[in-house]
Ligand binder design. Structure first.
Ligand code: ADP
Ligand code: TRP
Length: 321
């Protein structure tokens, strides 16, 4: 099984990114052909500061490895190191109907949030389709917010195959129903662009501040509450051991759940959960040359695969004369 996913180096990694995308990717490392990459060309649509983008790329690489990705067991690279992807994106662009892109809510959401409405932002899903189709990916683990982009990639693959002959694998999204959308501290989808995240690698003080900011209702402690309607519980259940989770669940249902206490418990759980990764990330960032070497090596490996697909595409569409 070929499994592929990418992440933008556009801000601090948060628990939504981890559970929505990174964890399922890493869990597949041993039994699949895994393709993991950092999409710096996509990030360029929103990050237009040289140092921030370059440092963000190294940080994202360190995040992936610190959280358990083994670059020896997969293909791991930075998107812009493979020129094949932008060439394929152009070819795909030429057969992507405008209407398909006009329907994408991610573009509208980003513009509504203040990101400049550039051509790159509009064409973002085509570049993403190129990322996926270039490697003939079969499964793409993502959070629910990326579902529509996956549909675009599928539509483009089908259209290409119908026009030029069977060329691309049509990819399937993998969206874990339990963590499809991790809520942010305000209850909306957790997202870097909403400023409502719980960053995985923040210092202890910031972490506590973020957890204490999780919005809860004003139901009195002794009243019963529905745990499935509580954002705090949705986050807590990702980290709590099964037995304790059952106890807390019962407190919600029968009355007696104290939000403040649960939050403090969550702070400790989070701190412990990511302790090892935190230390590993620091070590990795202390040696950026080594990180760069890992990424360059990964790009070389990925490129051998990319060239095969691009060569076939060039032939199919008539770019070989
Ligand atoms: P953000 O919305 O914070 O900018 P990205 O767009 O960089 O996040 O998403 C990176 C990956 O993490 C994607 O696969 C996305 O679906 C997933 N993801 C992001 N936020 C969440 C969330 N709140 N719950 C589940 N998955 C998420
Ligand atoms: N659009 C994805 C996001 O914002 C990132 C991404 C780019 C991606 N290319 C991809 C995800 C290919 C999966 C497969 O999170």
């Amino acid at each position: 099984m070929r499994i592929l996913s990418g992440i933008q180096p556009s801000g601090q990694l948060h628990i939504g990114n981890y559970f929505g995308m990174m964890k399922p990717m890493i869990a597949n490392m041993d039994q699949s052909e895994l393709y993991a990459f950092i999409v710096d060309l996509h990030a360029l649509t929103s990050v237009q500061d040289r140092a921030t983008l370059a440092q963000g790329t190294l940080e994202a690489a360190a995040d992936f490895i610190a959280l358990g990705l083994d670059p020896e067991k997969c293909l791991f690279w930075v998107q812009s190191d493979l020129p094949e992807v932008t060439e394929l994106a152009w070819v795909l662009s030429s057969l992507t109907p405008m209407g398909l892109l006009e329907r994408c809510h991610s573009y509208k959401d980003k513009v509504a949030k203040g990101i400049a409405p550039s051509h790159g932002l509009f064409a973002y899903p085509v570049l993403m389709a190129a990322d996926i189709l270039l490697f003939q990916a079969e499964r793409v683990p993502v959070g629910k917010d990326q579902k529509q982009h996956l549909e675009v990639a599928r539509d483009i693959a089908i259209k290409f195959n119908n026009t030029f002959g069977e060329t691309f694998t049509v990819p399937e999204p993998v969206i874990d129903a339990n963590v499809a959308t991790v809520p942010g501290v305000d209850g909306q989808k957790m997202s870097k662009s909403y400023g409502n995240t719980i960053p995985i690698f923040s210092d202890a003080k910031t972490l506590k501040k973020r957890v204490m900011a999780i919005v809860t209702d004003a139901t009195p402690v002794e009243d019963p509450k529905d745990p499935d309607k509580c954002h705090l519980y949705s986050i807590y259940k990702l980290f709590a051991p099964a037995e304790r989770l059952q106890e807390v669940h019962d407190l919600y249902v029968n009355g007696g759940a104290m939000y403040g206490k649960i939050k403090l418990e969550l702070v400790d759980l989070l701190w412990e959960y990511f302790r090892e990764a935190r230390e590993k990330k620091q070590q990795l960032l202390a040696e950026p040359e080594q990180l760069r070497a890992i990424l360059k090596q990964g790009a070389e490996k990925a490129r051998t695969k990319a060239i095969l697909t691009l060569d076939l595409v060039r032939e199919r569409v008539g770019l070989k004369y």
